[in-house]
Design a protein around this ligand. Structure first.
Ligand SMILES: Nc1ccn([C@@H]2O[C@H](COP(=O)(O)OP(=O)(O)OC[C@H](O)CO)[C@@H](O)[C@H]2O)c(=O)n1
Length: 424
């Protein structure tokens, strides 16, 4: 419910007001421009040259620095210190903070993005490899994401890239945890929230229950779908665990086939372990999965239709499908097959967005398709954030990230940017 505290989190948050015209102007100015190379430069601590942005606000005043764009977005009273700017939101300035751009116009529409909330009402912990995980705070990150999208006004829908609840959540409390997260998304006033399945969603809950709880607009028995949020644009949401051993009973034929698939590729007794596997072969672990044949054919058909209508398409998946945009252990089992379908409709697909690989990543393939893996909400220490909104322009997508989610400018190649007009 709007204004409610998320369960189990007492962290203070930024205030929300309706923006004045002047502040809206500032936010718009901050939202324009951007670093051409997108993310990957000096993440979180300034740019590649060691530049550390400074906040120009009086302590306690509103931050007006163009180098700390999300201070405007979150409208947080500012400490006036450089890297603690926005005492509730920012431990570090965002790497993709903005510079004026020559081709700035208003976006056609925007959408919110967040990945790997992995909420559980349990004490903080660590990943298998020792990376800290903040299971309760992740819900506060989502809370702030929703307020940010609401405050911005032009955000028409949002996409949650899966792993809504963590596998460590006690089984008998997992449904309540999913509902707590869905309740936060219900606070989003801009439009629908679109969800997808991640491995953690499937550890404790049956997929059919998840599809229903997450209100996926997919036909019965499926967890993949497409939608058109704006004339000339198509979004495809994949089920990356369609072919997987996760979330299926041992006797399930798909699970059995997936186990055989893994057995042939991963010699470890513990199939979650990539130990001894080299390069991209490290993806053959139990916590990953793949897109099955029927879904691949469906994807091909959706993209063929989109191309025929001269739509631009964005493919969303929990698992990344480009080795340059994720660590090998985070990749989809059959990323090449999905990438081949995407490449077949290369002028139509402008971006593939994903979650799962918590540190995030970015690559552009040889057809100019942008692959952006989003940083996880779960790994945000209290007081930090990882969410964003993607502004869609005729010639680019612009991810405006908050804090740990780096901003990324994704220029479309001319065949894509010509495919539809700005009004569809
Ligand atoms: N080397 C490993 C890694 C993981 N496990 C176990 O597998 C399960 C899932 O791992 P987890 O890190 O929680 O999966 P996420 O989806 O959150 O993250 C995926 C990565 O970021 C991909 O790059 C869990 O039970 C781990 O303990 C393992 O046994 N051995």
């Amino acid at each position: 419910m709007e204004g409610d505290e998320p369960a189990g989190n007492n962290e203070r948050r930024g205030t929300e007001h309706s923006p004045s015209g002047a502040q809206r102007g500032l936010r718009r100015a901050a939202a324009r421009g951007g670093r051409r190379k997108g993310m990957g430069e000096g993440r979180g601590g300034g740019d590649a040259m060691g530049f550390v942005p400074r906040c120009d606000a009086r302590p306690g005043g509103w931050c007006r620095s163009l180098w700390a764009s999300h201070c405007h977005l979150m409208r947080t009273a500012c400490s006036g210190r450089s890297i603690s700017c926005g005492r509730l939101m920012l431990a570090r300035p965002n790497a993709g903070a903005v510079r004026p751009s020559a081709s700035a116009t208003e976006p056609i529409f925007s959408f919110g993005v967040i990945a790997d909330v992995q909420y559980a009402d349990i004490p903080d912990g660590r990943s298998f490899l020792g990376v800290p995980r903040y299971y309760r705070h992740s819900l506060a990150v989502l809370w702030r994401a929703v307020r940010s999208w609401n405050a911005h006004g032009g955000v028409r829908f949002c996409v949650n890239f899966g792993d809504i609840v963590d596998g460590f959540c006690p089984r008998d409390r997992s449904l309540a945890a999913v509902r707590a997260v869905v309740r936060e998304f219900d606070g989003f006033r801009g439009g629908p929230a679109y969800h997808m399945l991640g491995n953690h969603c499937l550890y404790n809950l049956p997929r059919s229950e998840l599809v229903s709880e997450l209100r996926m607009p997919s036909p019965p028995g499926r967890a993949y779908y497409d939608f058109s949020p704006w004339p000339g644009y198509r979004f495809v949401v994949l089920d990356a665990y369609d072919f997987s051993a996760v979330g299926r009973a041992r006797g399930d034929p798909v699970a059995a086939a997936a186990r055989r698939f893994l057995e042939a590729r991963n010699p470890n007794r513990d199939k979650n372990s990539p130990s001894g596997l080299e390069g991209a072969a490290r993806r053959f672990v139990m916590f990953n999965g793949g897109v099955g044949g029927a879904q691949l054919r469906w994807l091909d058909g959706v993209l063929r239709g989109a191309a025929a209508r001269r739509e631009k398409a964005v493919v969303c998946s929990h698992l990344p499908v480009h080795p340059g945009a994720a660590s090998p252990t985070g990749l989809m089992w059959n990323y090449e097959e999905v990438a081949a379908v995407v490449r077949r409709h290369g002028g139509c697909v402008v971006a593939c967005l994903a979650g799962h690989d918590h540190k995030g990543g970015y690559a552009v393939d040889d057809r100019g398709v942008h692959h952006r893996t989003l940083e996880a909400a779960l790994e945000c220490p209290p007081g930090t954030d990882a969410f964003g909104r993607v502004e869609v322009y005729p010639d680019r997508l612009r991810l405006v990230g908050s804090d740990r989610m780096a901003s990324t400018e994704m220029l479309l190649n001319s065949s894509s940017s010509d495919s539809v007009s700005s009004t569809g």
